[in-house]
Design a protein. Structure first.
Length: 198
């Protein structure tokens, strides 16, 4: 039996994605034995984040201000709104340097099996954001999973009365991939969403 406080620490670490009881135990001992100053810094950072970070009024991302820097950036194109599931998805798109519009983060996806419905994702908030008259096109960039597809369908239905262009990112073949080794779902999508070359 481990001490109660230690048991609590291990239990807390288990809330991290992909961390089971074994890894949580290893991490707890590591923090206590090998890196106590790092552990204190980590604890403070977590507390500070919860104290200071709120949701951006426009995109839903975490920010210390009412509106985040990306949404306030006047060089970004207000006409394009890209809807993603998570903040990490936004970071991935930003790394491509190919999108200069604005974002909206759902902070999840519709998943009836997990009890996540439109209210949990505050879809009313998304609808209100899409009503911004400067928006000319929304690009749905949810994942190509069952839940991501269902979320994309929901958003399409939700926003269709606004009369703006709605698109979804293409599910292309990964660069460097060979037709022979591509799964049939990807391949089917690749051919139906082919782009003209002339
Ligand atoms: Zn923002």
């Amino acid at each position: 039996m481990v001490e109660k406080v230690l048991d609590e620490l291990i239990g807390s670490l288990k809330c991290l994605p992909g961390i089971g009881p074994k890894s949580a135990t290893r991490m707890a001992y590591y923090l206590l034995q090998r890196d106590p100053s790092g552990a204190k810094k980590l604890a403070n950072s977590i507390l500070k984040s919860f104290e200071l970070l709120g949701k951006c009024s426009q995109c839903n991302n975490f920010t210390e201000a009412k509106t985040c820097n990306l949404c306030l950036n006047e060089e970004r194109d207000n006409q394009l709104l890209c809807i993603v599931e998570m903040p990490t998805d936004l970071l991935m798109f930003e790394q491509t340097h190919s999108f200069k519009g604005k974002y909206y983060i759902l902070m999840g996806r519709l998943s009836p099996l997990d009890g996540i419905g439109p209210k949990d994702l505050n879809m009313d908030n998304l609808y209100n954001r899409c009503k911004d008259p400067s928006i000319k096109e929304i690009i749905i960039a949810t994942n190509f999973t069952k839940e991501g597809d269902a979320t994309a369908t929901y958003i399409t239905e939700l926003t269709k009365d606004l009369g703006i262009k709605i698109s979804r990112i293409a599910r292309g073949m990964p660069s460097g991939s060979e037709v022979e080794y591509t799964d049939t779902g990807t391949l089917a999508q690749a051919i139906s969403e082919r782009k003209p070359l002339n």
